[in-house]
Design a protein around this ligand. Structure first.
Ligand code: ASP
Length: 344
């Protein structure tokens, strides 16, 4: 890891979310302007590194997040990449894990930290968790102790790899968790980094930013009793390019002929199908049970131990950038691109 001695510079990019929201006359929360963040944390003026901040043109509740908004965030960071040591993205918690995953694919050979954070209570509220979250995210982004060349999420007391994170609570401060990879750092009195997990610095490769995302994809969550009408309606969606099937256990699905032929029909039409388990931890292992044998035979790809957020955004990224090279694209699906899957 590279130790930083000089006075570091961090750019805060504010995209919206509870952290900067205010209550309207009906008690509902709406995004407000960036200045609220400084009102909420006057201490920001005293941190030992330089902080600049900017907000995107539209600040949103992150339930309105779209791939074109991801591309806007990526463009800001790409433009400012050489001017800062790290970046903090203030973001709503609802779709933060999707944005962190998407950005992780968009930035290849990343050598600086991009840390997403937000809060469960707005900064202006007395018990807000936003203050600590921002201050810790800034410390990571400034590379005070070590440089973490990854897209991460800092929340409550944990630094998590972004594409391994999932929002697990709508009302607890401890809102994010990574089931298949331990935290990159735990924060108490000190920052306790798990250096062996942090991705290495890219050698001399220059940063590559790819912002194309294919949105013509779908997620089909299986449940006992799902009907062929529903499955076929999804698979026959006009122009559908990719389908993620959320299966049971280690990647198992019904073996009934109508289900198998529905998927096969999709694959013959050129649909890319990825198998992700509904389990929170563990991985898809095709052919471990007879109930996944046909999926493997017809060419369904294994999503291994990816989160659904990492899988959706990986599919958008690979279909958006590699569709013209189908062999390579299929290989990339099962490869570890940015630490989103464990070595099998
Ligand atoms: N609805 C909010 C958002 O995701 C929730 C939050 O920020 O925690 O933008």
């Amino acid at each position: 890891m590279v130790k930083q001695n000089r006075k570091n510079k961090v750019l805060i990019v504010y995209t919206g979310g509870t952290i900067g929201m205010v209550q309207d006359e009906h008690g509902s929360l709406h995004p407000f302007a960036m200045e609220r963040i400084y009102d909420g944390i006057p201490l920001l003026h005293r941190v030992p590194y330089q902080i600049d901040s900017m907000q995107l043109e539209n600040i949103i509740d992150s339930s309105n997040m779209t791939p074109s908004f991801w591309s806007d965030i990526a463009s800001v960071i790409e433009k400012e990449y050489d001017n800062y040591d790290g970046f903090v993205v203030l973001h709503g918690t609802d779709t933060m894990a999707y944005t962190a995953s998407a950005l992780s694919y968009m930035f290849e050979h990343l050598s600086k930290p991009i840390v997403l954070t937000g809060s469960q209570l707005p900064l202006g509220m007395l018990r807000s968790d936003g203050r600590d979250n921002i201050i810790c995210a800034l410390e990571v982004a400034a590379g005070k102790e070590i440089t973490v060349p990854e897209v991460c999420i800092f929340f409550q007391s944990r630094l998590l790899r972004g594409n391994r994170s999932t929002k697990v609570s709508a009302d607890q401060f401890d809102a994010f968790y990574s089931y298949n990879l331990p935290s990159l750092a735990k924060v108490g009195i000190n920052f306790d980094y798990n250096e062996s997990l942090i991705r290495p610095m890219p050698d001399d490769e220059p940063l590559i930013v790819r912002k194309e995302m294919e949105t013509r994809i779908a997620v089909l969550k299986l449940f006992p009793g799902i009907t062929s009408d529903v499955v076929n309606a999804v698979i026959r969606t006009p122009n559908l390019q990719g389908l993620i099937v959320e299966t049971y256990g280690s990647g198992n699905a019904p073996t009934e002929p109508w289900f198998i032929s529905a998927l096969e029909e999709g694959i013959q039409r050129g649909l890319t199908i990825l198998d992700i388990t509904q389990c929170k931890s563990g991985a898809v292992k095709l052919k471990q049970y007879a109930a996944s044998y046909d999926l493997d035979r017809m060419g369904v790809l294994s999503g291994q131990d990816m989160t659904i957020e990492a899988a959706v955004t990986k599919m958008m990224y690979l279909l958006g950038n590699y569709r013209e090279q189908p062999e390579l694209m299929r290989r990339l699906f099962t490869m570890d691109l940015r630490g989103e899957v464990s070595e099998s």
